[in-house]
Design a protein around this ligand. Sequence first.
Ligand code: ATP
Ligand code: MG
Length: 353
Amino acid sequence: MAGVVVQDVTKMFGQTVAVQDFSVEIKDGEFFTLLGPSGCGKTTLLRCIAGFAHVTKGKIFIGDRLVSSEDQRGFIPPEKRNLGMVFQTYAVWPHMNVFRNIAYPLKVKRFPERELRERVNIILHLVKLDKLEGRYPNELSGGQQQRVALGRALIMNPDVLLLDEPLSNLDAKLREEMRFELKELQNRIDVTIVYVTHDQSEAMAMSDRIVVMEQGRVHQIGTPSEIYKKPKNQFVASFIGKSNFLRAALLDVKDGILRLKIGSSGIIEVKWRGHMTGEEVILMVRQHNVEIFKKKRENTLPARVKLSTYLGDQFIYEIAVDRDTIRAQVHEEHHYSEGDEVYVRLRNPILFQ
Ligand SMILES: Nc1ncnc2c1ncn2[C@@H]1O[C@H](COP(=O)(O)OP(=O)(O)OP(=O)(O)O)[C@@H](O)[C@H]1O
Ligand SMILES: [Mg+2]
């Protein structure tokens, strides 16, 4: 096992900045996720860590070895970094059966037959393919093929496993199952995992820590709960969880209680520890924290139900609050119809300037 240190890394492709001034310290044995929208530089950073791309600026360490730096001296090639990698398109060899696919890296290194068989058997067991070793990829499900790719990445006992959207080709149900399998796998072997995804729920479910990134830059690094509960800015708040944003006028602050006017429709009080100044703030509230009432209650805003969607165990309501529209996620017993005049309470809001 080894940690990975990315120190002030910038990667340019001509004039395009793919990764910019990026620093992160991934701990030994950590499940660390790069999370961000398409094109934000996740794959590029992973390729720099792997050694398939050279950094334009900065340094990368794996364990205490310097593996990449801007002057290219001492650049360590991918095959000497002791990494395993699974790409988004999990290229398993179609003409090789499961056993031979997994054994391939050992074959290339000319491992003696007996040791090769022993090692592959251990990995087959680990990725739960023991009974399928003779099958060819076209005789396997997507999830099983994914496990072949994982097995092949693990066969050389890598210190670090780099996974680039490895579940994106699977259907929703299988993707969820594989999340648990990956997490469980990491508990059984000692390996640091750097995982790439643009799927926030995947990142939340598996990671020890997450970096939320945009346009090659770091927005926030933290545990899933830190990022969910204390998003640093609006971008992070909108990327993680189901959020609503409302513009509000800041009327006054007294003893840590802010009075906010939302549109022309009403005034609410919000307890807030952070410092807020100026005339306007952005109020963020998660969908499940929007409460709906038929009659006016303390600290509520008048609103109107625009749309109601039934999801089995809950309703999602679209609600007009003055000129803004927010969404509320409510459990079945409260039922409101489209056009109903209601009152909403915004629980646990987070404020941004
Ligand atoms: N070889 C290349 N030449 C030029 N530009 C590139 C190259 N590779 C990536 N880029 C650009 O760098 C930026 C980051 O790309 P990257 O593939 O790292 O994004 P990503 O976060 O992995 O996106 P996705 O979620 O869609 O896979 C993009 O603007 C992309 O167009
Ligand atoms: Mg990518």
